[in-house]
Design a protein around this ligand. Structure first.
Ligand code: DGL
Length: 277
């Protein structure tokens, strides 16, 4: 059965999932996309599994109104902790998470079998990458480090700021002592800071971007399509559209349609009902 031509639905807590959008614009440029950034509730990575699962289901319900051909969970924290609830909510619609493709790529690239993983506290403490990488090759040693401050730095557009460099040195030192040759950016926000991260770890370490890996998987899902002009994504955010647009345009290097504001939380819906009665 040919995949449906509805838009690709993508969500993240904020600007991070744009790293997947950027790759999809390169690989499937003519395919419409609907993006939701939950900027009112970012960061997810410091929250409990229960809260992340609730947010994930609400975001999925929001995207379903656009009748997407598939849903990309462009957030490692949700992919690590809430992929099953997202799949249950999405029903027949295929759901792609970012952990498995990132783990697959890292396991295939490492030569010395020493892989570093950086991510949010939620992703690192879930152990999802360790399991996914070891399932592919039990001889690999995985060293993980939570880097929570990278998320607000990416949201603020501080892609190559001196403060970002200082934090990167502080966080990444503990991985470099293990002689890793591969580093997984296990949070979709981190590729926005890739230049600083690469400079900090040095060019002998291969960086794996989980967003790039999932975009390649989606490209394969659709099959080869003739090259087409890029269709700009339709963007929704739960707070401050202009701030999101600034950072997004800086990262994607293109002008975007103004993001629309959307309320997805059941609390917000409950609040509105209460006010009306
Ligand atoms: N970009 C998300 C991730 O990949 C979430 C970051 C956050 O909100 O803490 O984990």
């Amino acid at each position: 059965m040919a995949p449906s031509r509805g838009p690709i639905g993508i969500f993240d807590s904020g600007v991070g999932g744009l790293t997947v959008v950027r790759r999809l614009l390169e690989l499937c440029p003519g395919h419409p996309m609907v993006y939701f950034g939950d900027t009112a509730r970012v960061p997810y990575g410091t929250k409990s599994p229960e809260t992340i699962q609730r947010y994930a289901v609400e975001n999925t319900e929001f995207l379903l109104q656009f009748e997407p051909s598939l849903i990309v969970v462009a957030c490692n924290s949700v992919s690590a902790l809430a992929l099953d609830p997202v799949r249950e909510t999405a029903g027949q619609i295929p759901v792609f998470g970012v952990i498995e493709p990132g783990a697959e790529l890292a396991a295939s690239l490492t030569k010395n079998k020493r892989v570093g993983v950086i991510g949010t506290s939620a992703t690192v403490s879930s152990g999802a990458y360790d399991r996914a990488i070891l399932a592919r090759d039990p001889a690999i040693h995985v060293y993980s480090k939570a880097c929570p401050l990278f998320v607000p730095f990416a949201e603020e557009g501080l892609f190559d700021h001196r403060a970002t460099e200082l934090i990167a040195k502080e966080y990444l030192h503990s991985l470099l002592v293990h002689d890793i040759d591969t580093l997984v950016l296990g949070c979709t926000h981190y590729p926005l800071l890739k230049e600083v991260i690469q400079k900090t770890v040095g060019h002998k370490v291969t960086i794996v971007d989980s967003g790039q890996a999932v975009a390649a998987q989606i490209h394969r899902h659709f099959g080869d399509s003739p090259s087409q002009d890029a269709v700009l994504p339709d963007i929704y955010v739960s707070d401050l559209p202009s701030r999101f647009q600034r950072t997004a345009e800086l990262f994607l290097g293109m002008q975007l349609n103004e993001p629309k504001k959307a309320s997805v939380s059941s609390e917000a819906v409950g609040d509105k009902k209460q006010k009306r009665s």
